[in-house]
Design a protein around this ligand. Structure first.
Ligand code: ADP
Ligand code: MG
Length: 238
């Protein structure tokens, strides 16, 4: 739940009274022009950025309360970025098992068993012993998704997960995300992939200049985006 969130960097106001909510099991796509505040908003959700005004609550925990243990909260929210940010000196398997062992205290056996299941799910079981540098961008991003899932997150945040990928690799990542959504994962996804939004999203949030301009169910958004700004945006990318 995001309630009237505002944020400035110095004198630059990048979020202005943003309110929306992502319900359990819901997939919300966030889109809008570059610089509109999408990354900032999504980072505020797991406390990677602080807000100046307003409140954010995730699963009953007030993220914007200074007393909240953010490390604990972040362990329960999976985040996948544009650049995969895998540990380059660790194998695929080690990338996926590290946090469950360190943060959740799982045994190596437990963590590996889970990692193997997840890597199989993202189609990379044969790559467990490779290093990230030996994989394609699409494969690395799928490892990043498996790594996030290894923590049994209550929700997943994606910030343009396919923007840095060559076109032929975009679908393999979107397919993994589509599978996650089908399994009922709660997801907030910043993307310009409107095909994914059409197929998978329940709701679409459109941002422009720090404001949430549209927040509509998918059918309404694509059939009759009300604002001129959203219409302009859609006409450019569809
Ligand atoms: P988007 O993800 O929609 O492209 P961002 O949330 O990254 O937008 O950025 C929103 C605005 O905030 C932009 O004008 C950007 O230049 C500015 N901004 C983002 N991060 C910082 C920062 N750490 N310091 C100052 N300005 C920032
Ligand atoms: Mg961004």
């Amino acid at each position: 739940m995001i309630d009237k969130v505002s944020k400035s960097y110095g004198s630059l106001e990048v979020l202005r009274e943003c309110s929306t909510a992502v319900r359990k099991g819901e997939v919300v796509v966030v889109c809008g022009p570059s610089g509109s505040g999408k990354s900032t908003l999504i980072k505020c959700v797991n406390g990677l950025e602080t807000v100046n005004r307003g409140a954010i609550e995730v699963d009953g925990v007030l993220v914007t309360d200074r007393r909240t243990d953010l490390t604990k909260l972040r362990a329960r929210i999976g985040m996948v970025f544009q650049h995969f940010e895998l540990y380059p000196h660790l194998t695929v398997e080690q990338n996926v098992t590290l946090a469950p062992m360190k943060v959740l205290g799982r045994s190596k056996d437990q963590a590996q068993e889970k990692a193997h299941l997840l890597l199989e799910r993202v189609g990379l079981f044969d790559k467990v012993d490779r290093f990230p540098g030996q994989l394609s961008g699409g494969q690395q991003q799928r490892v990043a998704i498996a790594r996030a899932l290894a923590m049994d997150p209550i929700a997943m945040l994606f910030d343009e997960p396919t923007s840095a990928l060559d076109p032929e690799m975009i679908n393999e990542v979107l397919e993994v995300m589509t599978g996650l959504a089908a399994d009922g994962m709660t997801m907030m996804v910043v993307t310009h992939e409107m095909g994914f939004a059409r197929k998978v999203a329940h709701r679409v949030v459109f941002m422009d200049q720090g404001e949430i301009v549209e927040d509509a169910n998918k059918a309404d958004f694509f059939a009759n985006a009300r604002s001129e700004r959203a219409q302009q945006f859609l006409s450019k990318i569809l």
